[in-house]
Write a protein that binds this ligand. Structure first.
Ligand SMILES: [Fe+2]
Ligand SMILES: [Fe+2]
Length: 431
């Protein structure tokens, strides 16, 4: 067993952190223009015919004090002011569709100074709690982590891989493991199929985490100084780097020619990297689409003793312990960010999440067609076990249940999205 297991993924309390400067998802309801925040009011000179009133319509855009106006105008901001700024250099109102925190032409910014009064108290408390959680996760990463080449006894005799070792035989929880065709095969063949299956899961895991790391790197590249997210994301990338080495080492030692994800998925996956900054919330749902299913299956196998080979047990134990932190981070990230999205974007996200989860679970929990060809598994057996079978659907539905609960908590379940979850057979009527 690993030296410790972080249990933070069950912490469902909304945690919130530092507002991202380049957040592409605008907040739905800017503060009313005529209500200056207390702090801003204290810093700004009294509004008169020469001074522009303090503006509150860009709560996280860090504004310098508005310059004095030269013309004779009412102190009340004009609703017809040019969005590009005016002759008298008044700050322009935030344009529709311009993300909060992004520079708007005509607005002068100080990037790292924020007018505290511009941010609602509740949001500031959420941000502080989010940062606290990230620091806790970072500390846990320092205190409990594993090195793939020192903490796994690859060369011990008991960890040697024999493809016909009966400990590789698929457990009953795997849909194929309980099928009469599989049970009728000789023990050596069942073991070879089981090893192939585990090696392919490791290969898929390595490929998925490779894509994940690229996206995280792109996201971290844009973070400001003193960002709690920056440090935690770097911890996560280091751990995922170890997982990739661990998984690939297992594939190499298994001697199985697995390819992991289907070729088309590998190619499309290479296009996902920019989404970590273009649509961070969707990207982090993709992260969960890969992490949650594999975590679900590994936890179940460790719990019911299905992982019988010591090498596999060790790899799964390490992975489950470190993934708990990664999943916790993704949940907290989404709990903070999604409720702040504008309604149209949030609605679009609610439609994109169920297919993302289904595809992620599908690629991880069902074997590619290559396994059927390699072991001459009849097509109808594969159909009955993985592709469309009730057992397989139930396994996938259970594997995404945590994300389904998360979506319910953060406002991503609506009549339309619920129908998509249902149509994809990943909805649970008990929800
Ligand atoms: Fe991982
Ligand atoms: Fe992870």
């Amino acid at each position: 067993m690993p030296r410790g297991t972080n249990t933070t993924r069950d912490d469902r309390k909304p945690e919130h952190g530092r507002e991202q400067r380049d957040d592409p998802e605008p907040t739905p309801a800017p503060a009313p223009e005529h209500t200056p925040p207390a702090r801003a009011a204290a810093q700004e000179p009294a509004a008169d015919s020469r001074n522009a009133p303090p503006r509150t319509d860009a709560p996280t855009t860090n504004l310098r004090k508005a310059p004095p106006r030269s013309g004779k105008r009412s102190s009340k901001p004009s609703r017809t002011a040019s969005p590009r700024g005016t002759r008298d250099n008044r700050p322009a109102p935030r344009r529709r569709g311009v993300p909060e925190g992004r520079a708007v032409r005509g607005v002068r910014e100080i990037r790292d100074v924020r007018l505290v009064g511009d941010i609602p108290d509740e949001r500031r408390e959420q941000d502080a709690a989010y940062e606290k959680t990230l620091r806790r996760l970072s500390k846990a990463s320092v205190n409990k982590h594993w090195e793939p080449y020192t903490d796994i006894p690859w060369d011990d005799a008991e960890c040697a891989i024999d493809p016909e070792d009966p400990r590789w035989i698929l457990p009953k929880m795997d849909p194929l493991g309980a099928h009469p065709w599989y049970l009728a095969q000789p023990e050596a063949v069942r073991a070879r199929i089981g090893l192939w299956r585990q090696a392919n899961v490791c290969k898929v895991g390595m490929q998925f985490e490779n894509l994940l790391k690229r996206g995280l790197m792109t996201y971290a590249y844009r973070l400001p100084n003193a960002s709690a997210e920056f440090r935690y994301i770097y911890h996560e990338m280091i751990e995922e780097g170890h997982h990739g080495m661990m998984f690939q080492e297992f594939v190499n030692r298994s001697g199985t020619p697995v390819e992991g994800m289907p070729r088309i998925v590998r190619l499309v996956g290479e296009l996902t990297q920019p989404f970590s900054v273009l649509a961070p919330s969707l990207f982090f749902f993709w992260v969960l689409a890969g992490e949650e299913p594999i975590d679900h299956v590994q936890r179940r196998m460790l719990r019911d003793g299905s992982a019988r080979h010591p090498l596999l047990t060790r790899i799964m134990s390490i992975h489950v312990a470190e993934e708990a932190r990664h999943i916790s981070f993704a949940h907290q990230f989404l709990r903070r960010r999604v409720p702040r999205m504008a309604a149209p974007q949030r609605f679009a996200l609610s439609l994109a999440v169920p297919p993302s989860m289904k595809l992620g679970a599908w690629f991880i929990l069902t074997p590619p067609a290559a396994m059927g060809r390699r072991f001459q598994i009849p097509d109808d057996v594969l159909r009955q076990t993985y592709w469309g079978a009730d057992d397989s659907q139930r396994l996938i539905a259970r594997a995404v249940s945590n994300v389904r609960d998360l979506c319910a908590d953060i406002g991503l379940i609506n009549p339309v999205s619920k129908q998509i979850w249902r149509a994809l057979h990943i909805w649970d009527d008990k929800d």
